[in-house]
Design a protein around this ligand. Structure first.
Ligand SMILES: [Zn+2]
Length: 175
């Protein structure tokens, strides 16, 4: 999942506006950034994603984010929501691709990346839902502002670019 993760961050902002949006964006991207950092550092587990997307890895990332959030903001409920947003990342990825469960466990997923049109529709739906949640939570004056209303178009555009890139080059992956 690509832009859909950002849609989930927007939706969470709509549900709990006290959490800074950048925190939610970091939370929703954290498994991918962990994966990319490990990859750049030359750490390549025999099962891709084992150290960033498996359930034990995500449990570690969830604990880390909720502890950091609580230390910074002293808000237990928001800290819990931030860690749940980290968890939504792997569930999104289970829908779009194939990810490891635990060491020695099965690699599972629906793999809709193999069907770029379906992947695009699913991610656009997630973006639209998250954006509507976000939009309903902000003041009327800002609801009509251009950045707020261009956001879903930008995210869907980004996802469309990814869909086209994967269609042209199915082997293309992040690292
Ligand atoms: Zn991922």
């Amino acid at each position: 999942m690509y832009a859909g993760h950002i849609g989930i961050a927007l939706g969470a902002k709509g549900l709990r506006s006290s959490i800074p949006l950048w925190v939610l964006v970091v939370a929703t991207q954290l498994p991918d950034w962990t994966d990319a950092s490990l990859c750049l550092a030359g750490v390549r587990p025999s099962v891709p994603g084992m150290f960033s997307h498996s359930l034990p890895a995500v449990a570690g990332l969830m604990a880390l984010t909720s502890l950091l959030y609580f230390a910074a903001y002293r808000d237990r409920a928001s800290a819990a929501l931030v860690s749940i947003i980290v968890l939504t990342h792997v569930f999104g990825d289970y829908v779009t691709g194939y990810k490891p469960t635990w060491p020695g466990g099965p690699v599972i997923g629906l793999g809709i990346y193999d069907y770029p049109a379906i992947d695009f529709a699913v991610e656009a739906l997630v973006i639209a839902t998250g954006w509507m949640l976000y939009r309903s939570s902000i003041a009327d004056s800002r609801r009509l502002s251009l950045p707020v209303n261009l956001l879903p178009a930008a995210l869907v555009g980004f996802q469309l670019a990814a869909a086209i890139a994967f269609t042209i080059s199915p082997g293309l992956r992040k690292c």
